[in-house]
Structures are given as C-alpha cells and as structure tokens.
Design a protein around this ligand. Structure first.
Ligand code: ME8
Length: 421
C-alpha cells in the first residue's frame, strides 16, 4: 500500500469553530477517504493550536485559567470532527507532552546547526494572526493580512537565521514546481523570497503561555515555531519510535487556507532544512469563505456555524455545498440562499430524481430486484450511458488526485443529468 499523509491546519482555540474550519476539515476528509478507497495507507491529522498571546488573552477575557479555557474550546473542535463524520486518525493538541518534546527537539536541531541566536526584537506584532509585521508592510498602521491594529513589541528574543535560507528556498521551489498549489501561489511566494528575507524572531518573553525554549525557560517559543511542528509530532518525532516519520513524512500534503501560505511554504521548509529534515512534499492552499464580502473570521465575528446547517440540511448536504461551491484556490460566498439553491436543484432535484426514479422502476417493474443486463440485450442508449459512467469514474479519480473536488463533482453531476435524460 502507498502511504499518504494529509493534514489540516491546527486551529486556534480563541473561539469556537465556524464554517471555515469545518470546510478545510471536510475537504481533507474527502481527500483522505478518496485515497483509502483507492487502496492507499492513509494517515489523516487535524487538531488544535493552543499556545500564543491570542489564546492567553481570550482566556483572560473569558475570566478563565488558560488551561481550562483551552480544554473547553479544544473540545468543541474535537466535537466538530464527530459532528461532521470526519475520519481523522489522530487529533493533536499542542499542549500535549508529546508535542512539547517534539518542538524542543526541533529547536535543538536548528540550534545545533547554528541557526539560532539571541537578540532584541523591536517592532510591530499582529496578535490576531500571530505574526511580526515589518514597518514597511503596515497598511495605515494596520496588519496587511487581517487589517487589525498591530502592537509595538520590545523584548529580548531568539532569532532564526531565515535570511540564510533565501537561496536554498529558491532552489527548492525551482526543483519542486508542484510544491505549492495553485501554481500562481508559488510565484507569489517566490517573489516574496526574491525580495529578500530578514531573520525571524522565534521566541517571546512578555507572556508565558507557550513551550519553554530548551535551556532558557524565560523564553517561550514563537507560536508558529511550535505550531508547525505538530505535523511531525503526530508521527512520533521526538519520541523513541520514528517509524511513522520515515513512512509518512515523505508523502505529506498540508491543506491550508491562503492566509497562512507564508508560514507553510517559507518558514516551515526553512526550519526543516535547518534541522536536516526534508521540506513537505506538497501544500494545497484554498481560498476563503466570505460573509457579506469579508473573510469569515473568529476574530471579526462574521461567522456561520456549521451546526445550524447540519441541523437543517444534514452533514452530507453541507459537505456537498461547500465542495461544489468553492473551486480550489478561489474565494466563495457563503449564504443561506446559495446553500438552499444547491440543496434544491442539485440534491433534491437532480440526485433525488435519479434515486427515486430508478428505485421506483426497479420496485414497480422488476419486483424490487436489480435485473440482469446481458451485453447483447443492451441498446445504444444503454451503451452510451455505460460509456458516460466509465468517463465519469475516470474523471472523478483524476480530479480528486489533483485536489479538484469541485471539478470531480461537476463530472458526477454531468452523469446524473444524462441518467435523468
Ligand atoms: O491560522 N474560509 O488557525 P485558525 C476558509 N493556528 N477557511 C477558513 C476560514 C474562511 N473564512 N477561516 C478559517 C491558524 N479557515 C493557525 C494554523 S497550522 C500549523 C496553524 C480555515 O484557527 C483555513 O483552513 O486561524 C485556515 O487556514 C484555518 O482555518 C485558520 O485557522
């Protein structure tokens, strides 16, 4: 069996999940299921990203100890997996001991390679995205990614020698043109790297909710250093048994939203190269669900809850809607009208008709048993349909392998239309 490893981002637990998190998780689930059906040995990981200033503040706001708050919200993400019938093989929480071990191991390896040094950070920070923002990138004094107000930081910090990896990263992108999909995203990240890289601050001293830096516990790791490591933790990195790292790491696919491409396609491969580990095989970046024209977001609060739609339409109808509506890499609008239109036209009408007509006719004319259909009894119409079925199966396999689920669904619905005809 071929190994296949698929991951979702691990979600911040500053607030409960919404349709955006449900979407990525359902898409990863569909991909995992398709690979299992094709006979692969699949490992499918999701989980929660629990450290960082944003979570610490959300807990303070809720008047709870950070551990208690973390436990509560992490449970709602785990619950989402159950509610959505997700077939994940593991659910990682970054507050687990196995993850502390793995993150500290990665840190030690990077440090042993001479890529970490101590300095002072002074500059801007966006707590919503947990990113450092160079002055030159501020947009009206705000974060260029999410538009939130940034904060001024001035503290002692460890740095990662990111600048050293500029050329190795460019060489890596050139040698692996399918590393980041859709392809135009790779061009964007390449231009960003070509413009020059600065070393990256990878520790904080002004708060405590994080993984202690090895041998200097006054510092906690920058949340992204620890978060990205989760993908290795779940395979046993940093433990006594690394057999799953050997088997699954070379075939990993990270599915992420487009706002965290830089962390995945730039920071992560650089950390890994430094630690002597291969960069991820593939990153698939999808677009955003918009509500009223803006990105649906926990921090903004313009969210739709998956529970409401599952309650009215059922899990499978919600899965169908989001996968049909959002082509890979593009944004899409989430609206009740859109959901209802797909539900009525595609599911109730097209698919419902195929199912009800065939089962009714089998019941009425064939005594409820699917009749034999010998080759010589088939007419041109049968043979045309047979051909279409074979084409649709081939197309679905091909488009799923290319992570083009929307196109796979279009091919499926073409077949449904021709059966109805
Ligand atoms: O970024 N449309 O966590 P997060 C589509 N902890 N997808 C959306 C979405 C939207 N409007 N909103 C969220 C983090 N998502 C980090 C990740 S990984 C090592 C650390 C989905 O809770 C999408 O997958 O902000 C996006 O990338 C992810 O949730 C961000 O979740």
């Amino acid at each position: 069996m071929n190994p296949f490893y698929i991951t979702t981002p691990i979600y911040y637990i500053n607030a409960k999940p919404h349709i955006g998190h449900a979407y990525t998780t359902m898409v990863a689930d569909a991909i995992a299921r398709s690979r299992r059906l094709l006979g692969d040995d699949v490992f499918f990981l999701t989980g929660t990203d629990e450290h960082g200033q944003k979570v610490e503040r959300a807990a303070q706001k809720a008047g709870l100890k950070t551990e208690v708050f973390a436990e509560r919200i992490a449970a709602s993400f785990r619950q989402m997996c159950g509610d959505l019938n997700i077939s994940n093989d593991d659910f990682i929480r970054t507050t687990e001991l196995r993850h502390r071990r793995a993150s500290q191991e990665l840190w030690r390896r990077v440090a042993a390679n001479g890529d970490i040094y101590k300095g002072d950070y002074e500059g801007w920070y966006c707590t919503v995205d947990e990113i450092f923002v160079p002055e030159s990138q501020l947009v009206d004094g705000r974060c260029p990614t999410c538009g939130s107000k940034v904060e001024r930081l001035k503290e002692e910090s460890y740095y990662f020698r990111l600048a050293k990896y500029q050329q190795p990263l460019l060489d890596f992108y050139d040698a692996n043109p399918e590393f980041l999909q859709p392809a135009f995203r790779l061009n964007e990240i390449r231009s960003f790297v070509e413009a020059g890289l600065q070393d990256l601050s990878i520790s904080r001293t002004s708060f405590q909710w994080g993984i202690p830096v090895p041998d200097d516990p006054k510092h906690v790791m920058y949340v992204w250093f620890d978060a990205l490591t989760n993908y290795l933790t779940a395979l046993g990195f940093g433990s006594d048994n690394s057999s799953r790292v050997d088997r699954f790491w070379p075939v990993v696919t990270h599915l992420v939203g487009k706002e965290i491409i830089r962390q995945h396609a730039l920071y992560w491969p650089a950390f890994l190269m430094s630690a002597g580990i291969a960069p991820p095989r593939r990153i698939i970046a999808h677009g955003w669900w918009l509500m009223g024209g803006a990105k649906m977001s926990k921090s903004v609060g313009n969210v739709a809850r998956y529970e409401d739609y599952v309650g009215v339409f059922g899990v499978d109808a919600l899965r169908y809607f989001v996968m049909r509506e959002m082509p890979l890499g593009q944004d899409a609008n989430f609206s009740d009208e859109g959901m209802l239109a797909r539900f009525n036209a595609d599911l109730a009408n097209d698919l419902g008709n195929v199912v009800s007509r065939t089962t009714t006719m089998i019941a009425r004319y064939c005594g409820g048993v699917i009749p034999d259909s010998p080759q010589d009894a088939r007419d041109d119409l049968d043979r045309g349909l047979e051909k279409h079925i074979a084409i649709a199966i081939g197309a679905v396999k091909e488009h799923f392998s290319a992570f083009q689920i929307t196109v796979a669904l279009q091919a499926t619905w073409d077949l449904i239309h021709s059966i109805n005809q």
